[in-house]
Design a protein around this ligand. Structure first.
Ligand SMILES: [Zn+2]
Length: 333
């Protein structure tokens, strides 16, 4: 498989250099699975490191937080008994309940722990992540057994306000629906051989390959959707989160925790995540996950989503995937 990239140079007469010519290299890359393009720029300071006092925001938001242990029992919704007889799902410290604002016919929120209103990315341990993920898998199974048409499951995260999270208290969100999202549709249309070729190519090249943990393969995305784009793949016939065995949930949770620790070291505290499920038995489909960094929170912060991302569906990142892979080296072995 060819990993397609094209290099360009943009020349300007620079005002800070007496209007002498200055050339900026620019790369356009094609995603090996979907063909979607991305732009890779040299380091340009697009993403400011974390400076804001998140602990003080934690204190400001704690007293009215519906996800904290003092309020969660009475403040969050319950599922109808036909879907989740107990109303909510608990795994370890994680608690899962319906989203007040459903994005799908079946829509969940799960907190890592009602006791933990504030968790920095380095505090999201493998235990907390795996239990939260296990709660989402249990939710997906409950929905599928109640409604056999709800085949498209995903497990997602907005972490901290810049990522789209409306509540400070850290949580995942799950959706299960009869209709896939655009990205689920694109990924499910990729032939199985392409997944195998992509993983074999990246493993052979080694440049963006991060390693394998418990059967989950991790790599820095060749054509990123956003800064810090790291992907995980679970080859072996698993299409949907409902099929994940408990050891696979543990392995995936451990890997997610490692990526979050890396993000924290890189100076980020906000991220998005999606585990893209397809219907059980989708031929050749490889269940996969993607995680990206978002802007750090600060007053009048700059969003990392601009016209290029929002209206052209294309990212321009100034953290090259190879540099990201260098920073992640050794963590997944
Ligand atoms: Zn809280």
């Amino acid at each position: 498989m060819e990993l397609r990239t094209e290099h360009f140079e943009a020349e300007i007469l620079h005002p800070a250099h007496g209007f002498a010519p200055v050339v900026t290299p620019l790369e356009v890359r094609w995603d090996p699975l979907t063909g979607h393009t991305a732009r890779v720029l040299p380091p340009s300071g697009l993403m400011a490191p974390q400076r804001y006092d998140l602990a003080s925001l934690a204190e400001d938001t704690r007293a009215s937080c519906p996800f904290c242990s003092e309020r969660i029992e009475t403040a969050v919704p319950r599922f109808p008994p036909g879907i989740v007889p107990e109303g909510r799902i608990r795994v370890g410290e994680a608690v899962l309940f319906p989203n007040l604002l459903p994005y799908s016919q079946y829509s969940s929120v799960s907190v890592y722990s009602p006791e933990q209103h504030f968790l920095t990315l380095s505090q999201l341990t493998p235990r907390l992540v795996a239990d939260n993920l296990a709660a989402q898998v249990a939710f997906d199974r409950a929905v599928l057994s109640a409604d056999g048409f709800a085949q498209w499951a995903s497990v997602n995260a907005n972490h901290m306000l810049p990522s789209g999270s409306s509540l400070f208290h850290p949580h995942f969100q799950g959706i299960v629906h009869r209709i896939p999202t655009n990205q689920q549709r694109r990924l499910a249309a990729v032939p199985g051989e392409r997944y195998a070729e992509y993983l074999a190519t990246e493993r052979r090249l080694g440049r963006r390959w991060l390693g394998e943990l418990g059967g989950v393969e991790w790599l820095a995305a060749f054509a990123p959707l956003a800064p810090g784009d790291i992907r995980a793949f679970l080859p072996g016939g698993v299409s949907s989160p409902v099929e994940l065995a408990s050891d696979q949930v543990e392995a995936l949770g451990a890997g997610i925790s490692i990526v979050l620790g890396l993000y924290a070291e890189l100076g980020f505290e906000s991220f998005n995540m999606a585990l893209y499920g397809a219907p059980v038995g989708t031929p050749g489909y490889v269940l996969n996950l993607r995680m990206v960094c978002r802007s750090n929170l600060e007053p009048f912060y700059r969003s990392d989503v601009a016209w290029l991302d929002r209206l052209h569906g294309e990212a321009a990142v100034d953290l090259p995937p190879e540099e990201l892979a260098d920073r992640a080296a050794g963590r997944f072995r």
